[in-house]
Design a protein around this ligand. Sequence first.
Ligand SMILES: Cc1cc2nc3c(=O)[nH]c(=O)nc-3n(C[C@H](O)[C@H](O)[C@H](O)COP(=O)(O)OP(=O)(O)OC[C@H]3O[C@@H](n4cnc5c(N)ncnc54)[C@H](O)[C@@H]3O)c2cc1C
Length: 459
Amino acid sequence: MMDAALHIERDADVRRAHASDASGLVLVPDGVARPTSHAEVAALLAECTSSRTAVTAAGGQTSTTAASITDRGVLLSLRAMDRVLDVDVERGVARAEPGVIVADLKRACAAEGLLLPLDPTSEEECTIGGAVACNASGARSLRYGATRPHVRALTVALADGSMVELRRPQLEKNTVGYALAHDPVDWFVGSEGTLGVVVQAELGLLPLPEQVIGLALPFASELAALRFIVAARESAVLHPRCIEYFDHLALDIVRSVEGARQWAADASTFVYVEEEPPRGMAPALDEWLSLAERYNGLVDDARVYEGESALREARRTRHAVPAHMNERGDARRAFGGRKVSTDWAVPHRRLAEAIARARTLAREAGIEQAVIYGHAGNGHPHQNFIAHDSEELGRIERVVEATLREVLAMGGTVAAEHGIGKLKRKWLPLQMTPLQLRGMEAVKRELDPAGILAPGNVL
Ligand SMILES: Cc1cc2nc3c(=O)[nH]c(=O)nc-3n(C[C@H](O)[C@H](O)[C@H](O)COP(=O)(O)OP(=O)(O)OC[C@H]3O[C@@H](n4cnc5c(N)ncnc54)[C@H](O)[C@@H]3O)c2cc1C
């Protein structure tokens, strides 16, 4: 059944097909709109503002925080707006509609010898609109930064149906007005669908790297591995584009996925790095090995990954850790359990201290230790807990909150990568002051006075 004026589908199967993301929650929308043009998005938003109907934008629906699902009003799926508009080699930019899958745009750019530096692990499923709206990041963000610095321009449909084209200023100096008003592109990057709907993005590109090697470096102790990571990040002779940590439980998963039970038998953890030297320079392989040795790394068991397919394989192996934990979490749903994943971060020098405190808090609460892995070079690990039932879920959430309070006391953040969405909203006031929250609410009120956009996300 179709509502012609709004192009809203009310069919139960269509609504159910858009009711879940990677959060594990199910929220069935009242209707689904699947526009194919800017004009359709604008008309829908104007209509929804005048009828006070809620609208939640969605791309690949890979959100881990329930940001892309709703049981209030219309789910606006941008997946059908999936054209790569151009890859401009001269200007080093790509323009795309919001529904383009991130990895597809990366491949289109690579075919022209250019790198799109966006790097979420979910790149084969998530969209450009979703990556912009969540300011997505990943392993290689250590070198390239998150999505934000690569967004050059956006076309955004506002809640009232008007369309704005925003381009980052090229100014080196500017004293006009408040800094928060200088670059409206930044209002929308990371706004999780609450301020407007991105209908087109222009992204900056870099030259493809000349040479990259991957290195898996095993260590006998967690503390030695974490100290090595700080030294590697601060080294003047190494050129890491990612520094990823895998604790003993993550190492077990990697070994079982690879069928390589015997790899690095004396290791309890490993660190995966990618070395991307400046153009014309050879990778600093010997320097990596000698630094690892200085921290008692088991360098005889080190693995080297050379060439695009070997690096892809290493990435696939890393992805096996969250995938395995997702499966374990899904198996507990019938009992009210699930996977609980954190994405807190601390200044990188405090990571060892933060992990030690997180482990102590879990031990004191009598819950199974989380698998800890991820973007240690940025001080940003993931803790993946498995709640076996609803009672344990409550205990884990209390441990996570206690951990977040300690993380904040170390100068950290409650959410470095996956945004706030609906699930982490309760933790926003732990980090943001009332003044900051009022500032955000004022922007929201100005851009979306009727409060129709992505209700329940962030604020
Ligand atoms: C296995 C797995 C691995 C992941 N790894 C990473 C990772 O490494 N790094 C990372 O950052 N995240 C990661 N994520 C989380 C998620 O993939 C990212 O946040 C991603 O950017 C979301 O993109 P999406 O297209 O799926 O957006 P959705 O999930 O559909 O939406 C996410 C948010 O963006 C908003 N939105 C979507 N499209 C638009 C639009 N056009 N305009 C305005 N708002 C919009 C939605 O309203 C919602 O608030 C992972 C998720 C999974 C399941």
